[in-house]
Design a binder for this molecule. Structure first.
Ligand code: SF4
Length: 332
């Protein structure tokens, strides 16, 4: 499977300004040196607590916010450096589905107009008739019927609104869809309908997804590979099996220990993390996880761990897995 997207050393820093002269007094490193790839046709799940930088990563890839530095290779182009005129064309192939479909849909436009808008912007069809036929086809693909397309977003339930959001993203026949917490605002029963729809569409159109969520069960269900982020950095990455069955980073292990197991006979010891996520404007030295890590040792306070290859597609950023630290591995 070839790589559709390669993100290299992506950074997004936000300056904090203060005083009369609005001088930059600090910098929040929302995304800090993040590197990963996404294969054609797969779903790459991106997980972590809120504020870990996963949504900012998604937005920086599409340049909905400008990255501070780094490379985003898609279809032979470095999106991070494309001039605005070419960026618009490239974005046709990379679409986003948002958490709150209501906020992302213009309440004054009907469903038909909402789906048609991207087609008009990108001048996809020569005639209005062709465009309208396409709108109907897309609406039906996501499970909306003809009688619904002249209605307005407020007339729909949350799940149906997310179908409209997906229809808009789908209308331009993208290769990549970045879905940012697409089901977290929905009831559990509706969540599975939307996820099933996304899976069906992936199969039908050969779509590639980056699925951003904080719910590890949902990510496990839909993903082929998973990246775990903490305080702006990728701390572990691997196949679903490598992360969920062999998670190596103490943070991943703590997150997984909180996920309920469907079999009531099986018990898993819960790892309770000390303290809260640190202030990203003033992150801890060395490994940013060290103040909360049950396995931290002296080196963790001084030196930032880099991603180390554990074999297969499994990578982890933790000194327990550096060659120099092998002796510490497994110490509690
Ligand atoms: Fe814990 Fe140290 Fe590994 Fe960071 S580098 S996760 S503090 S053991």
């Amino acid at each position: 499977m070839s790589h559709l997207l390669e993100v290299k050393n992506l950074c997004k820093y936000f300056p904090i300004k203060s005083g009369f002269l609005k001088r930059t007094v600090r910098t929040v490193k929302a995304v800090d040196d993040v590197t990963f790839y996404v294969k054609k046709g797969e779903t790459f799940g991106l997980v972590g607590e809120s504020g870990c930088g996963k949504s900012t990563t998604g937005r920086a890839i599409l340049r909905l916010i400008e990255p501070t530095s780094g490379e985003v290779w898609f279809d032979g182009n470095n999106i991070a450096e494309l001039p605005k005129s070419q960026l618009r064309k490239a974005r046709r192939h990379m679409q986003m589905v948002f958490q709150d479909p209501y906020a992302s849909l213009n309440p004054q436009m009907s469903v038909a107009e909402l789906i048609e808008e991207p087609l008009k912007v990108h001048q996809m069809y020569a005639s209005a008739k062709e465009r309208k036929e396409k709108v109907l086809e897309i609406a039906e693909t996501v499970g909306l019927n003809r009688s619904q397309i002249d209605r307005y977003p407020h007339e729909f339930s949350g799940g149906q609104r997310q179908r409209i959001g997906i229809a808009r993203a789908l209308s331009l026949q993208p290769k990549l869809i970045i879905a940012d917490e697409p089901v977290s605002a929905l009831d559990v029963s509706i969540q599975s309908q939307v996820i099933n729809l996304m899976e069906d569409l992936q199969e039908e159109f050969g779509l590639t997804y980056i699925f951003i969520a904080h719910d590890l069960s949902v990510v496990k269900h839909i993903s082929d590979r998973v990246g775990v982020m903490y305080l702006g950095r990728m701390v572990e990455m691997g196949t679903k099996h490598e992360i969920y069955d062999e998670g190596a980073h103490p943070y991943t292990q703590a997150l997984l220990s909180a996920v309920p197991i469907p079999n009531p006979k099986l018990r898993r010891e819960r790892i309770v993390l000390k303290g809260d996520v640190p202030n990203p404007a003033n992150p801890p030295t060395g490994c940013a996880f060290h103040p909360r890590c049950p396995k931290a040792f002296e080196r963790c306070k001084q030196e930032r761990p880099q991603l180390t290859h554990l074999g297969g597609e499994h990578y982890v950023a933790c000194h327990l897995y550096d060659n120099e630290s092998i002796g510490h591995r497994g110490k509690g």
